[in-house]
Design a protein around this ligand. Structure first.
Ligand SMILES: Nc1nc2c(c(=O)[nH]1)N[C@H]1C(S)=C(S)[C@@H](COP(=O)(O)O)O[C@H]1N2
Ligand SMILES: [Mo]
Length: 306
């Protein structure tokens, strides 16, 4: 059993410990820290009217308080361990109900001249939040490139499996690969992006290099990192957290202050970077993006489809 300190005791983690998922895991082997981090090159993205005018969190905060279980379950584990991941070369397999399936490079999907800046609120299901200045492209532009067939209704995403570089994958903490999914109309919404950078820099490894999803009106776990596969399909795919505990984590995972998590309230959240004791604020429906997305859920019971 690993030794825990208070900062390790996140809500997801408490669930995992309770289920004793780690009991049968192989002993964690410490990877030698890799030197030779690629020198960050500047990136720029056109400003977007979809950005919030709120002040972003600092680069320090955004890159040192992360959830990325492939690198460990502690908030500081990704910053400590993610430098080991090789992100170049990288390719994304696009499969299923598309006209042009195949293996695409990051540069094919998110060319420099198409990059936009999107400053978005991020609301984790664990009831904390940040504001992040992402750089990326609309997922809709990628889907247009590959040609979505009329029978496609959902998009499925998968993260890389590479336990020799992703130290958290040396144990069955989750059922790897990490998987997520969106309904096609959610995927096509202009707010939904594939991000390849933040703060005018290539995506830091701990934030999901080289390419990750960002869906700002949904709980953070939908925004899957380090994507290697995008699959278009007819049936609703099963996402990792729903598969693990469907009574707590759904497919939709829309931010909703009126639908509590079974083990905690979702009415308010802690604002990262605002001090240890202050900085709670009220959670907004759809994380404040209701004007753009509420119509996607017209007529649906959001306490059933959580
Ligand atoms: N592959 C993968 N993607 C992931 C996760 C993860 O553990 N593995 N954690 C999710 C959760 S719970 C959150 S809150 C966000 C955090 O993104 P950030 O670290 O860039 O803030 O990433 C999401 N994407
Ligand atoms: Mo999260």
């Amino acid at each position: 059993m690993m030794k825990l300190n208070w900062s390790d005791v996140t809500p997801h983690k408490i669930f995992l410990d309770r289920r004793k998922f780690m009991a049968a895991g192989a002993a964690a082997v410490a990877l030698p820290a890799l030197a030779g981090r690629v020198q960050a090159q500047g990136m720029t993205g056109r400003p977007s009217p979809l950005s919030t005018d709120q002040t972003p969190n600092t680069f320090e905060e955004i890159t040192n308080y992360n959830n990325f279980y492939e690198f460990g379950t502690g908030k500081e584990d990704p910053a400590r361990n993610a430098a080991a991941l090789t992100t170049d070369p990288w390719s994304v397999e696009i499969t299923g109900l598309v006209d042009r399936p195949g293996s695409y490079g990051v540069e094919d999907l998110a060319p420099d001249n198409a990059l936009e800046e999107r400053i978005y609120r991020l609301r984790c299901v664990e009831a904390w939040s940040m504001v992040v200045p992402w750089i990326g492209v609309p997922l809709a532009s990628v889907l247009a490139k590959v040609g979505v067939q009329p029978s496609a209704k959902f998009v499925e995403f998968e993260t890389l499996v590479r336990p020799e570089e992703m130290v958290g994958q040396q144990r069955a903490i989750l059922d790897w690969p990490y998987r997520e999914g969106l309904r096609l109309d959610e995927a096509m919404n202009p707010l939904t992006i594939l991000a390849t950078g933040l703060y005018d820099q290539p995506m830091p490894n701990q934030n999901g290099a080289p390419i990750r999803l960002v869906v700002p009106w949904k709980y953070g776990f939908k925004s899957i990192k380090s994507i290697v596969r995008i699959n278009l399909l007819e049936q609703e795919p099963v996402n990792t957290w729903k598969q693990l505990q469907a009574s707590e984590y759904g497919f939709y995972a829309n931010v909703n202050p009126q639908v509590d998590h079974p083990r905690w309230s979702q009415a308010t959240h802690r604002v990262i970077g605002s001090g240890l004791f202050g900085g709670r604020e009220e959670t907004q429906m759809f994380n404040g993006y209701g004007d753009q997305v509420a119509s996607l859920y017209a007529g649906m019971d959001l306490s059933v489809n959580y």
